[in-house]
Each structure stands twice: as C-alpha cells, then as structure tokens.
Design a protein around this ligand. Structure first.
Ligand SMILES: Nc1ncnc2c1ncn2[C@@H]1O[C@H](COP(=O)(O)OP(=O)(O)O)[C@@H](O)[C@H]1O
Ligand SMILES: [Mg+2]
Length: 246
C-alpha cells in the first residue's frame, strides 16, 4: 500500500540560501495509511514549515513530497482540489473568518468542495457536535468565541469533509489540559476510524494520551527520531533476545 504521506530528502531554506540556516534539512519519513504520527520539537525546529510544504503553501528547494502517491509540488492547478480533498488541516492560527459564525465557517469549507446544501448543513452541525462545541455557540460570530472555542471550530472545519488525512499544527496549543484531552480523544477516535493523522505539537499530553502514535522529532530542521509502535516492539524484542513477529 502506498504511504499516505511521504517525504524524501526534503530541504527548505527561507530567503537566500547561505544567508540563513535551513528550516528543513534532508527530511525523510513516511506515514502509512491509518497511522497516527506525532511531530514534536522545540520552537523553530521546522514543524510548521513541514506542514506548509505538505499543503503546498511553501515549496521545497529539494526533495519530494507525496500525498497518497502523488507529488504535491508537481500537481497542476487543476489538481490542487485533489490535495484539498485528501488533506484536512488545523492551522496554528486557525485561519477562521472572524465575522462569520462558527457554523458558517464550517459550511463554507464544505461548499467550496461542491457538496449539496443539505449535505453541507448536516455535516457542519455533525462536525461541530463532534468537537464538543456548545450548541449555543454554533451561531455566534467567531470573534466572539474564546480561543479554545475557535480552536474547536477550526478542528470541526478540518474534519467536516471526512478527509482521509488530517494535519494539525498545535491543535491543542491554546487549550487548558481538560479541553486538550477532549481534542486528543477526538483525534484518537478519528485514528481508530482509519484517518491518517500528522499532528505537530508541544503538548506532552498528546504522546501520553495517544500511546499508539508514531513519534517524529525535529531538531533544527533534522528528523532526529523516528519511532513507531512497531519499531518500539522490535526494540523491546531485541532487548529480550527474541525476533519480533511484526
Ligand atoms: N516565512 C518565513 N520566512 C523566514 N523564515 C521563516 C519563515 N517561516 C519560518 N521561518 C524560520 O524557519 C525555521 C522553522 O520555523 P517553523 O517551521 O515555524 O518552526 P516550528 O513550527 O517548529 O516552530 C525558524 O528558524 C523560523 O524562524
Ligand atoms: Mg510552528
């Protein structure tokens, strides 16, 4: 089976090469369909850059990025909707329309995909319910919502179209521990249903609450650790001197 996400020797430097250090420096990894990958690393390590490259918001200087087998940076303008259909994303800064209501923000994303009005309405309210946004807040303008509520609207918008792959840039960044746990629960549930997840996070709770996740760690643009449940199993098997079945 093709990986859902595949980076091969990806390099990215902002501005003129040689003037600044690379944001990503030879990054190679793959996320299998249905896998839950957690991307950690200190501020400035390149997490947001990696997600922007995946979304084709930024271009790599070198290397290849594939989503379900297709080279993201070789897509023609006509096939960009292919990317949008496959990838749901929660941005670090939400990117919601502040004057529109929570419901309108989610509906708009579905309308863009060309869904029928009835389907748009049904999916938007289901997504907002799923992320636990209080019913009374569905009709409020986004600018009147708290940071935590806005974060949930952003997640609802990302999952409303049922994308096979969900990306998140610090999706629990503005939440108190309780809310963060409820968002992680929604993410784990999506993972169990077969969604591929790649979540950049500072939140130590993410790894604690998602023990099945594959751990990717970025340090100064380099991937320093690629740990999957399977490789952990292999590591444990080596320690006790048996051959792992998986
Ligand atoms: N638009 C940009 N222009 C110039 N430098 C940038 C830009 N975006 C990010 N960088 C730099 O690239 C590096 C990686 O940043 P980023 O991907 O935002 O890391 P993270 O999300 O892990 O904090 C940092 O050194 C940052 O200053
Ligand atoms: Mg970031």
């Amino acid at each position: 089976m093709k990986p859902a996400i595949e980076f091969t020797d990806v390099h990215k430097t902002y501005g003129r090469a040689g003037r600044s250090s690379p944001a990503l420096d030879g990054v190679t990894f793959a996320v299998a369909p249905g896998e839950f990958a957690v991307l950690t690393g200190p501020s400035g390590a390149g997490k947001t850059t990696l997600i922007k490259l995946l979304m084709a918001i930024e271009r790599p200087d070198r290397g290849e990025i594939r989503v379900v087998g297709r080279d993201v940076h070789r897509l023609t303008t006509a096939s960009v909707p292919y990317l949008r259909r496959n990838l749901g994303v929660v941005f670090q800064d939400f990117r919601l329309l502040p004057e529109a209501t929570a419901t309108e923000n989610v509906r708009l994303a579905l309308q863009i995909l060309g869904l029928r009005p009835r389907e748009v309405r049904r999916r938007a309210s289901a997504a907002l319910e799923r992320v636990g946004l209080d019913r009374s807040s569905h009709r409020k303008r986004v600018r009147a919502l708290s940071g935590g509520e806005q974060q949930r609207v952003a997640l609802a918008r990302a999952i409303a179209s049922d994308p096979p792959i969900l990306l998140g840039d610090e999706p629990t960044g503005n939440l108190d521990p309780e809310l963060s746990a409820s968002i992680i629960e929604v993410l784990s549930e999506l993972a169990r249903e077969g969604t591929t997840l790649l979540i950049a996070t500072h939140d130590p709770a993410m790894q604690r609450l998602a023990p099945h996740a594959k751990a990717l760690r970025l340090t100064q643009g380099r991937l320093t650790q690629v740990d999957s449940p399977r490789s952990r199993l292999r590591g444990a098997a080596e320690l006790i001197g048996v051959e792992a079945v998986a």
